[in-house]
Design a protein around this ligand. Sequence first.
Ligand SMILES: [Zn+2]
Length: 302
Amino acid sequence: MTNDVTLTSYSGLDDRIVIIRAGDEVDAVFVGTDRFNVLIDTLGTPSQCRHALNMLADRMQGRPLIVVNSHMDWDHFWGNRAVSGAPIIAHQSAIERLRDPSALRTLAEKRKTESRFNEVELVSPNLTFSGDGMTLHGGDLTLHLFHTPGHTPDHLAVWIPEIETCLAVDAVEHPIPEVWSSAPEDLRSLCSSLNAIRGLKAKHLVLAHGQTSDPSIVDRNIAYFENIQNAVAHIPASALEQEVLDDREGMMLEDFIELPAGMSVETLEFYRRCHRSNLAATFATRRASRPAGPEKTNASVA
Ligand SMILES: [Zn+2]
């Protein structure tokens, strides 16, 4: 994994948008509007975030900075200390995630693995919205922040209608997104968030992982979930209680998607874990939808 910060863009993407790339760790996004600048996510450390802001200095043009935290996964908000004087917007459920003891536990664990996390403090968002969304009126550009739960309960994406651009962050991911838990409602949320994003018909779909703005990724993500659902529907009921799901024949990650060329072993292992979570949620959904009472088998019919 590399995490050096660089600025980049995609072909055809409006030049008021800058992609802030922390190596292959994560992408954040800067949007310059007439009235203010918006930073969507602050990367994994304050130093990375500060570095990005320095590189963006000539684009700031004295306009105020508004920060948006897409969700409380470490790679998206641990840089908040670098912007703690700015308004930091998030969905209300982000606050609940931060209050959960697991937030500090993750920080303690990551500090053990890499010293760059020693400077991280958990800086909370200071403006939150509940419900479906809120809107930032930048004058030339409008940023609709809309709740897209499923990957995490607090996840939000950003839709900028004037330039038909959606900043999907982690709601859409290349090659696959990961569901929050194996609870059927989380899988349902993730699928409806994917459908909501597909409904926008964005020309540019900017992701935080996968380094692409290809709008067809959302179709591929939806097809992936439909395909695992179909595959799980054909598994005999007697096998549904098994713990290990993804080493069954026809159930491996590569049975459902084409693995991106040149993917590192580490990244592949990460997406295998995502696939395992998604399969577990799909199995749980099927178990939950099974009718109560004894199952009919051929033997009992005969
Ligand atoms: Zn992420």
